[in-house]
Write a protein that binds this ligand. Structure first.
Ligand code: 13P
Length: 263
């Protein structure tokens, strides 16, 4: 059974004061609710991790970093280590977000090293995968996704694969006007699961969660979650305010209630 997820990456948004307001709203809403069917996470900027951790400590909402270095320490100005994220109370770390690839020259070869470090530190990597618009137009989406996932997971044993959360985020849909269609998402998620099956076996493929991200809203969320291979939503803009994230959580909670057992 794959536990469904709802999460948000704040990118470069939400000051400490805004984080406290966000977390307090979320904590008040979640108090007394049974959200145990879901894994929930927010990924604040590094400067807001401590505030988020403190304000969310009595809630089921976990926190994570938006990036991480592969080395344990040293001369890496501007970077942050896995141990630092753990100390700040992180359970997750996002790796390979398309904005890191596009604007900061990150590669999946580097992501592979980061993922390995994160796993050893006990962090759950949220590994982003996605094709660009030209790659989509050339009919290369599945080949691109396969190369990304196999590069990032290289060296990991099959039994550790379900400890990674995959996030299919088509690069052309992030920050855009429209999400990918449910049919398109179903094909990509299905092919990704086949890739996991071929390389890591049936159990790993059945147990690994694959989220969808890219222009998700509370309105389009239900149709995306109706896709059997979609195990949750990873949201940017629509969840940068607590009220928006709460609506997303409600959408995922509804889907989790009606979904038949998988994995
Ligand atoms: P948007 O939901 O704003 O398109 O961003 C998605 C995203 O980048 C999640 O990682």
């Amino acid at each position: 059974m794959r536990k469904m997820m709802a999460g948000t990456g704040w990118k470069m948004n939400n000051s400490v004061a805004e984080t406290l307001r966000y977390a307090e709203t979320l904590a008040a809403w979640s108090a007394g609710r049974d959200l145990s069917a879901l894994d929930l996470f927010v990924l604040p900027p590094f400067t807001s991790l401590h505030a988020a951790r403190t304000a969310l400590s009595n809630t089921p909402v976990a926190i994570g970093g938006q990036n991480m270095h592969w080395d344990a320490s040293g001369g890496w100005t501007g970077e942050i280590s896995a141990a630092m994220l753990c100390e700040a109370g992180c359970r997750y770390v996002e790796l390979a977000h398309s904005e890191r690839l596009q604007h900061f020259g990150e590669t999946y070869a580097a992501v592979r090293k980061k993922l390995d470090t994160a796993m050893h530190a006990g962090l759950t990597p949220i590994l982003c995968l996605g094709e660009t618009a030209p790659e989509k137009a050339a009919g290369r989406a599945d080949a691109v996704l396969e190369a990304q996932v196999l590069t990032a997971l290289a060296g990991q044993g099959a039994k550790h694969i379900p400890d990674v959360v995959l996030a299919y985020e088509p690069r052309w849909a992030i920050g855009g006007a429209e999400a990918a269609t449910p049919d398109y998402i179903a094909e990509r998620h299905g092919r990704l699961r086949e890739t996991l099956h071929a390389h890591y076996g049936k159990a790993a493929a059945a147990r690994t969660r694959i989220l969808y991200g890219g222009s998700v809203t509370p309105e389009n969320g239900p149709a995306i979650l109706a896709v059997e291979d979609v195990d949750g939503l990873f949201v940017g803009r629509a969840a940068w305010q607590a009220e928006g994230f709460i609506r997303i959580i409600e959408v995922v909670a509804d889907a989790a209630r009606t979904r038949r057992p998988q994995g």
